[in-house]
Design a protein around this ligand. Structure first.
Ligand SMILES: *Cc1c(COP(=O)(O)O)cnc(C)c1O
Length: 491
């Protein structure tokens, strides 16, 4: 499958090459040239597969690789998950399911893609035969960083540098990153919020002199952020797999539509659900759930994307984002791939911090998407209520989605089967979850985790327990304009 740029549909690359490049030369994002169609027979087959088999099957539509090689990759990527089903589902209401995507090594859904991405890059390096190694630069709102570090740790021919907002991640997220092992890893704080960290990384990517200096040292840049098609493609898999499993379990009739609710930040995860729908998966509404940084809610309501607004720190920090990079891919589809128009919108966003969509496009989007948000108070109440009513413990990101889904149902009466995506383990945001469950405030993340485990009877995840005595390896902190220096120093 070829990939095309959202800013110039004539600019195409092979899928693996696109994974290696990360972003198109014209600044656009790579998207598939067409959406392969998945038949009912295929969905039925997938329902009987293991996750690794399903992943190889779906990814085979996009990556022209030897099926055996692809299966070996997906098998290796998902064998370290702490649940053999990889993405288990929990049933809450009669037709309501929670799709758990946090059983990987870093306890957040980013592992679903980032355990596989380094392997895809390895295949891409072998394919392109270039001499340079890859230098991964990543800005993180907390979960991407750790997942990328784990994915790329000690992978031959790669180095990885992760930049996180100094005050913008949970204490457990920070601990996970600064104690990261591996010979090829580097972690650094950036003064400011996630958008500052992301801007800093984008500046480095856009600086030709920097690219030249890095090349002299034998590296080419790439990105592990969700703008990379190699992040997006693996995320399509679990939507198809979840549907196929529900059909097989007799919970959904083949062909019946489901609603999918996704807690959203950079618009990557929900975009993957949209891609699954475009591939033919029977999906009705895609419900886009935000926290108080509700720039996407306003966008779907008004057609105006406005980033000049207050930034809030919330208890769902992985969604504390004002610039949702992947939205560009949706706009590309909604405008029937009008690359010129997208280019203009993105220029306006860059220069003026906002843009407006034509009203007809807004109506098209409203047919497919429903968007709303939940603030911390309501999120906290949802965690408590769901735990009380179902004995089920949600992390704050998942609880944002649950709250928005319940509002949607109340407002519309839509009772189609529903999949709510759970993106993180509650132990990753442990102080807030503990407070929600029993009103107790414990600042130390380990003490809080031990208490949460005692209160709920849920075992402390090994991924957390192992951090307790891990030494801190990274203490650097820079301004957003200072990334180039530390990167060159690292090399
Ligand atoms: C990254 C992340 C999100 C947001 O996902 P996007 O793909 O950026 O929309 C939601 N929840 C958690 C726990 C995350 O780590």
């Amino acid at each position: 499958m070829r990939l095309v740029s959202t800013r110039n549909a004539g600019n195409t690359v092979g899928a693996l090459e696109g994974v290696l490049k990360g972003i198109a030369d014209d600044g656009g994002l790579f998207v598939p040239e067409t959406f392969p169609q998945i038949s009912r027979e295929c969905i039925e087959e997938i329902g009987g597969m293991t996750y690794a088999q399903a992943a190889a099957r779906v990814l085979g539509f996009y990556f022209e690789m030897d099926p055996e090689e692809l299966l070996a990759m997906t098998t290796a990527a998902y064998e370290n998950f702490d649940d053999a089903r990889v993405t288990p589902m929990k049933k809450l209401g009669k037709r309501e399911f929670v799709l758990e995507l946090f059983h990987g090594p870093t306890l957040a859904f980013k592992d679903m893609a980032l355990q596989l991405l380094p392997r895809l890059m390895g295949a891409a390096l072998a394919e392109n035969g270039g001499k340079e190694d890859v230098l991964i630069l990543t800005a993180t709102s907390g979960d991407t960083g750790k997942a990328a570090l784990e994915g790329f740790k000690d992978v031959p021919r790669t180095k990885i540098a992760v930049f996180y907002p100094e005050e913008g991640v949970s204490s457990m997220q920070k601990l996970q990153m600064v104690t990261q092992g591996g010979e090829n890893t580097y972690v650094c704080a950036v003064r400011g919020n996630f958008d500052d960290a992301q801007t800093g990384v984008k500046q480095v990517f856009a600086d030709p002199q920097m690219a030249e200096k890095v090349r002299e040292k034998g590296y080419v840049f790439s990105s592990a952020n969700s703008i990379n098609f190699g992040r997006l493609a693996p995320q399509i898999v679990y939507y198809i797999y979840a549907y196929a499993r529900l059909v097989r379990a007799g919970e959904v009739r083949m062909g019946d539509e489901v609603n999918i609710t996704v807690p959203t930040g950079n618009f990557g995860n929900i975009l993957a659900a949209y891609y699954a729908k475009r591939m033919g998966l029977p999906v009705a509404k895609l419900i886009c759930a935000s926290n108080k940084n509700n720039v996407l809610t306003d966008f779907f309501d008004s057609g105006r994307y406005v980033t000049n607004r207050m930034f809030f720190k919330t208890m769902s920090p992985s969604m504390d984002i004002l610039i949702s990079s992947n939205l560009e891919r949706l706009l590309f589809e909604v405008t029937e791939r009008n690359a010129k128009y997208i280019e203009e919108l993105m220029q306006t966003l860059k220069n003026e911090g906002q843009y407006s969509m034509d009203g007809s496009y807004q109506r098209l989007m409203a047919e497919e998407f429903y968007a709303d948000f939940a603030d911390d108070v309501r999120t906290m109440r949802t965690i408590r209520r769901i735990y009380k009513n179902y004995g089920y413990l949600m992390d704050p990101h998942t609880a944002v989605a649950q709250t928005v889904y319940e509002d949607y149902m109340t407002r519309t009466g839509d009772r189609k089967p529903s999949i709510t995506v759970s993106t993180a383990s509650p132990f990753k945001f442990v102080q807030d979850v503990l407070f929600a469950v029993n009103g107790e405030r414990i600042e130390d993340p380990f003490d809080a985790a031990i208490k949460l485990s005692a209160v709920t009877g849920i075992p402390l995840p090994a991924q957390i327990a192992s951090l307790k005595d891990a030494p801190v390896r990274f203490a650097d902190c820079v301004d957003k304009d200072g990334l180039s220096d530390v990167i060159l120093h690292m090399l």
